[in-house]
Design a protein around this ligand. Structure first.
Ligand SMILES: Cc1ncc(COP(=O)(O)O)c(C=O)c1O
Length: 390
C-alpha cells in the first residue's frame, strides 16, 4: 500500500485536536498539579443509583434493552421533563435514551443535516459541536457571543452569521464554558427568529439542573418552539454520572425517529445497568441533586470573588460549574496564560480559544472541585497574575 497519502479520511485528518485534551495530558504528567480544567463533577453518583446498578447485575440484566431505551426510563424522562420544565413528550415516540448527551448531539446532527447544510453555533461552545457538524457532512457557522451581553446569543449576531445553507441552530444554556444562562425574554427572541428562518433548534440543556439564579427555562417550552426543537439532556452533570454514559433526547416524532434509526445502527441501545440506575436516580435523588447544586453555588461565589480580588474581570456565571474570567489585563493570550500558569504554578485551566475563536482573552476555570482545592488553586493563580500583570 502506498504511504504517500493518509489512510485516515481527510475530513477526520483535518479536524483540529481538542484544545482541552492537550491540557489534560500535561496535567497527568504533573502529580502535584491542581486541575481546574475538567468538566466533570467531583461527587460520586448518589448511592441509590449505584445500588440499583449492582442489583441490575445481580438479577442478571445483562442483555440489550429496546433501541429507544427501557420503557420505564422513557416514561420517567417524560414525566421528569413535565414536572421540571412543563414539557410534554410521548415516551414511545418522542423520547430516546442515548449514550450520554454526547451521542444525542451527534445523532441530532446526523439525523438532520443533508450534505453542505449549515449549523449556527453560538460560541464559545462545547468542543464537540463543530467537529460533530463536520462529521455529519455539515458546515459550522460560528456565532460569537460576548461578555457585554452576558454571553447570551443575540439575534443580530445570528442574523449576521446566517446564510441560506443554515438548517439548524445548536445552542447550550446553561453554557459550557461561560456559565451563562439565557433569560426568558432573550430566549423568546432567539426562538422567534429560529421560527422565522425555519431552523431546527438543537438545545443542549445538560446543565439545566445546575442553575443558580431562579429556574431553568427550556427552549422547547417557549411558545411555538416544541415542534422545531430537539431537547438534549443527560445524567452526567447534575447526577454526577459521567462514567455511566447516559443521556436522552426529546423532540418531535420525525426527528427523534431519525435519530433512533442512526442510534440503532451504531450503538443499538444505551447500557442496561446504567439505564436501571438512571431510573432510580430520576425518581429518588432530588435531595442529593439539590445538595450538590448548593455546594456548586457556594464554590461559584468563592471562585468569582477570588478571581475579582486578583484583579481579573469575571462575568458572574449563573449556571453549570465554570467561571470564565477575562485575562486581558495580563497582556497574555489565552494559550500563553494557560501554559505559563501550568508551568509556573501547576494550575490547569483551559484557554478560552479551545471553545472557539471568540474565547480569546478568557480562560475556563471549572469549580467542580472541592473548596480547599479551589482555594489553593486560586492562591496560586493570584501569585501568577500578580507577576504576569506586574
Ligand atoms: C455542554 C455539554 N454537552 C454535552 C456534554 C457531554 O455530556 P455526556 O457526558 O452526557 O455525554 C458535555 C460534557 O462536558 C457538555 O459540557
Amino acid at each position: 500500500m502506498s504511504t504517500s497519502h493518509s489512510r485516515v479520511a481527510k475530513r477526520v485528518a483535518d479536524l483540529p485536536p481538542s484544545g482541552i485534551r492537550k491540557f489534560f495530558e500535561l496535567v497527568e504528567r504533573m502529580p502535584d498539579a491542581i486541575s481546574l480544567a475538567i468538566g466533570e463533577p467531583d461527587f460520586t453518583t448518589p448511592w441509590r443509583g449505584r445500588e440499583s446498578a449492582i442489583y441490575s447485575l445481580e438479577k442478571g440484566h445483562t442483555h440489550y434493552t429496546p433501541t429507544r431505551g427501557l420503557q420505564e426510563l422513557r416514561d420517567a424522562v417524560a414525566s421528569y421533563l413535565e414536572r421540571r420544565f412543563g414539557l410534554s413528550y410521548h415516551p414511545d415516540r418522542e423520547v430516546l435514551i442515548t449514550v450520554g448527551a454526547a451521542e444525542a448531539i451527534d445523532l441530532a446532527l446526523r439525523a438532520i443535516l443533508n450534505p453542505g447544510e449549515a449549523v449556527l453555533i453560538p460560541q464559545p461552545c462545547f468542543v464537540s459541536y463543530p467537529p460533530c457538524t463536520v462529521l455529519a457532512g455539515g458546515v459550522p457557522l460560528p456565532v460569537p457571543t460576548r461578555v457585554e451581553h452576558d454571553f447570551q446569543v443575540q439575534v443580530s449576531d445570528l442574523e449576521a452569521a446566517c446564510d441560506d445553507r443554515a438548517r439548524a441552530l445548536l445552542m447550550c444554556y446553561p453554557n459550557n464554558p461561560t456559565g451563562a444562562v439565557m433569560d426568558r425574554e432573550a430566549l423568546e427572541g432567539v426562538m422567534r427568529w429560529a421560527e422565522q428562518n425555519d431552523l431546527i433548534v438543537i438545545a443542549d440543556e445538560i446543565y439545566a439542573e445546575l442553575h443558580y439564579d431562579g429556574g431553568h427555562v427550556s427552549a422547547a417550552a417557549l411558545p411555538g418552539a416544541r415542534d422545531r426543537t430537539v431537547l438534549i439532556g443527560g445524567f452526567s452533570k447534575a447526577w454526577a454520572m459521567t462514567g455511566w454514559r447516559l443521556g436522552f433526547a426529546a423532540g418531535p416524532q420525525d426527528l427523534i425517529g431519525g435519530m433512533a434509526k442512526v442510534h440503532a445502527y451504531t450503538v443499538m441501545c444505551a447500557p442496561t445497568m446504567a439505564q436501571e440506575a438512571a431510573l432510580d436516580v430520576l425518581y429518588g435523588c432530588d435531595g442529593e441533586v439539590a445538595a450538590m447544586r448548593r455546594e456548586y453555588d457556594q464554590r461559584r461565589r468563592v471562585i468569582v470573588r477570588r478571581l475579582r480580588d486578583m484583579g481579573l474581570d469575571c462575568f458572574e456565571p449563573k449556571g453549570a460549574f465554570y467561571a470564565f474570567p477575562s485575562i486581558a489585563r495580563t497582556g497574555l493570550t489565552s494559550e500563553q496564560f494557560a501554559e505559563r500558569l501550568l508551568q509556573e504554578e501547576k494550575v490547569a485551566v483551559v484557554p478560552g480559544t479551545a471553545f472557539g475563536e471568540c474565547g480569546e482573552g478568557f480562560v475556563r476555570c471549572s469549580y467542580a472541585t472541592s473548596l480547599p482545592t479551589l482555594e489553593e488553586g486560586m492562591a496560586r493563580m493570584a501569585r501568577f497574575v500578580a507577576r504576569a500583570a506586574g
